[in-house]
Design a protein around this ligand. Sequence first.
Ligand code: ATP
Length: 453
Amino acid sequence: MAEDLMNKLIALCKRRGIVFQSSEIYGGISSCWDYGPLGAEIKRNIKDYWWKTMTQFRSDVEGLDSAILMHPKIWEASGHLEHFIDPMVECKKCHQRFKLEDVEGSNCPNCGGEFTEARQFNLMFKTHIGPVEDSSSEIWLRPETAQGIYVNFLNVLSPSRQKIPFGIAQIGKAFRNEITPGNFIFRTREFEQMEMQYFVHPKEADKWLEYWKEQRLKWYDEIGIRSGKLRMHQHGEDELAHYAVSAFDIEYEFPFGWKEVEGIHNRGDFDLTQHTEFSDKKLTYYDDETKERFIPYIIETSGGIDRTVLVTLVDAYEEEPERVVLKLHPRIAPVKAGIFPLVNRDGMPEIAMKITESMKYDFRVFFDKGGAVGRRYRRQDEAGTPYSLTVDSQTLEDETVTIRERDTMEQIRVKIDNLKVKLELLMDNYKRDKGFSVVDEKLFHEGIKQLRE
Ligand code: ATP
């Protein structure tokens, strides 16, 4: 069942240009995926909403965009050279490799062959900087964006004039040479992270950890993820990473089980202490009021964008007798409205095109005049488009169009004026499967003009 659902979702993603295998015409490359027209929009919407809520909506978090290639000493200081390793075994017969922790027994689950001795495998991709490929030019592709934040602590602190507590947020690519990638875009070797590191007084670390746990769960709710499908998992002593004082994972119930989507960690003073030691630069904070100098503790929220894309898709996917529908939240939906002339004559396409032109600066809309309108609706359902606007013969008489809601397939008729505001109102109030009942009807039909004036 679970596999079946994932296969259907992967097929939908391919069919609709959401996600497809990288380098496909060459037979593909394992665990690398490309985002097509709709997928690129979904991914961008997730990033934009995270960035807005982290930086624009708050005054205590600054943005950063640091380089992927960094000084190799960073990975010594961070512990990645020493700790970022998985013991791995290889089947002597079919040569498939497995993470030691994933295998049961001493024989290959594929062919029954014998395993080699376990060997340590560093998950960081190594390359060389400059033309000479010797050990002095070795560098790594970053396996997380967080280190770029720690090493820039002072560079951000001083020009931004922030006071503790404050945070630094970053979105960017990370690379891990995972031994067993899989489950579509859940675990890949190249992926994108959205990470925020919040610098606090050590005494306040517990309080801020609780705060960020709450904020992050709320964020998933705001992008439409059903709350019953999310849970918070606390790491036990044996699960804690080398840097962590305490750690929680936000987990989602995927078809293949409950899995981490985002980590929320109290990292203590580990990172700034390590980088102070290795760089010889004092990464401390001076509090003007208390005259106290200290190394801040760090609360981190570390999420994966590709994994969040998968969560939104899995969560939104529904099969109904007559259609497949992606019930994506309008914030995440790649296209906000389909705009259709009912038939291709009597000036209907021209009106629909005019509406499209008037809305395109505010939302991504899609004009479609091809085929039966029912089929056009279905295509938009599958793409997750929350609303469809149709110009019909009544439009020619009274300047109204129909709006069809994706989840309930309910339709209402509204005046053409202020369509943009009406759509905004609908999207702002969207609740899954609730249709038009969530908007105040009076406000919607009559009051909008006054509201705007
Ligand atoms: P896992 O235990 O799943 O390997 P992790 O605990 O190593 O994950 P973190 O280092 O905490 O993960 O990374 C933070 C976030 O980055 C994860 O919650 C996930 O969303 C994302 N992430 C990490 N590794 C991958 C990957 N290989 N592919 C896609 N996303 C990833």
